[in-house]
Design a protein. Sequence first.
Length: 708
Amino acid sequence: MDALGLTATTYIIADRVDSDPDTVTSADLADAVASGWEIGGHAYSGVVHGASYEGVTTAEAQADMAELRDWLATNYPDPGGHYNLAYPHGRYGATADGNSVESLTRKAGFRSGRTILASVGSATHLQVAGVPEVMPYRIHAASSISELSGDQLNPDNLVAAGGMLDKTASNDAAWMNLVFHQIVDDQITTNLHPNPGFETDTSDWFVSAATLERSTVQAHDGAASGLVTPDASGTVTVSLFNSVAPAVTVGMDYTVAVWLYAPNGVDGVELRAMWLDDARAFLSSDTIQVGTLPAGEWVEGRVTASAPASAAFLNPGVLIGGTPAASDLLYIDDMRAGPGDQAPINSNAEFVSDVAGWAATAGGTLAWSSTAGGSAEVTPSGSVTPIEMGQSGIAATEGRAYHIEATGFVDVLSPRSVPTSVVFWWYDAQGNPISSDQSAQIELGPAVQTFSFTATAPAGAATMGVRIRMDDTPASDEILYVTYFRVSTPAVTATTQISKSDFDMVMDAIASRSLKVRTLRDALDRHVASITPTIDGPWLKSVTRPFLNRPIRIATAGEVAQPARGGVFDVVGRSLPVAVTDLRGSRSYNLSVYRDSIQDAREFDFILAAGDVMLLQIPPDYPEPDVPTGYFFIGDTSKHRVGVHSGLRRFVLPLTEVAPPAPQIVANTMTWNGLIEEFGSWADVVASFDSWADVLDYIATPAAVIIP
């Protein structure tokens, strides 16, 4: 994220910091703050977090929140005093003894409370937060973003065209909160390659039928890459010298990965993991068909396999099959080789020389093809749908996640593409089908595309079958080529986890869309504002019932009295009395105001009927500067007709100045939060009212203070 200039908010359980090797450290948090991250609170106590605030008493929740806020203020102070909370387990209802967690969060001094609300009952949408945020103590957020989640919580769907990242990018009135709990390292943890990026030279690299030079014209990572220029004499091989190939352990899984760039495009590209014995002689290889590289794009190739018996060394390499021309330039960068992805658990996943172990369903013919360096070729009959190619009898364990990664294309002359997907079929120990899981369809055409799909084996599953499926009755000339089809057990085992590669994919997708990414504190600072209205005349305002606020037209303001609260008392035996003094009483005076119509007078009656302490607000530039402003108690009022046939009314208001109402007093009116709770959703609110004026009328009218 640092490399992309992205920041975030990390929510911390305070007493878990520095508690064991698997938890975040103070040094980690200091690095995050230095990079512009916000530190928020998730709970002070790990025990309280485990129970959630709904599972503890009000006193326990209040104590935890107070300790948490003090911990944040002490260790990660914010000049504005703004601290944010993510509710443990996303629960924000009531404590065990019935008090609102949202209310406690606000009273504890937190600026917001983040939930894990996201679902809107649609596979293509997630709930977003509003701009400005109208429910700061119920902020929506998409949690469980994982390869094991479905719909828009699946990283592939989230970043796909038309997914929620695209929707957010096109909507300037909303912001989306993405929550990640655990990022699992599925990458090559230790790169054994001695010179992966050509940053200084081409040492340790071997090339045949081509030249290899360091180039700064293209680079996937860093400043340089290796430029391969074929000499048109045969198959090009680029690898390490056998003498520097890294050592491996028999039976252990190793991954070879590389980034490739062909400015003019190139066919027949392969990535190989070549195994050497202890004398560094060639034993065997595992190959992935990268296939045709498009012009002008960086493409990653990756192959994973187990080191075979007698293997002692691994030599990673790239091949260009056939006899490439001198114009078939290829840039190589960021070559990695080491322990990483798990090897496929299905057989013959790369179709190097045959299609053994695979079969096509009725209506399709399966054959091996040398296309793309080796692939499975499925030719439809033209009259049957769906057409499938698959493999069965793969051992499965119920409750375990399995992952399909496959690449393919349809060789078709027409502009039509074929809707294609990959499928898991689950079977019990007797071979009876239980259920299936199918990926989203990809419109497959001549361009090579990748399928990436994860599903969990259901209860009772003992084996599985995997298939690639063409729908919509493919024609006989719409031939499917599958260049590899791997089934593996992913590093991700729960929906609270996301692989590092998919996390990086999401971050890259965010950056590529130029989305504004902020900490929650920054987002709220930008989207929550204090508004000071400009008034051009006197107002009478109710603190507890703001819908009663009305401008007034002053007729007269009487003499201001400020009564003494002391006295003079005669003392027996003394000629001079004794004065007992105290602060004078507050100001009081009679204020006469006009109401210009009978309707205005009736509404003003409602205001007076409330009996509230009222704020008389007088503009600084009001032409009668002697009219006192402040909070007033209104005594016994009177109303007078002005003229026999006039609707004009004059009210006389005996005002006595009083202390401002306590800040804990909450306005007795409908909030946006309450409106949504009453109607269920914004869609229901919009459907129930013809205009925003109708919404305002519904929220409150002056007559609402009268109780028959």
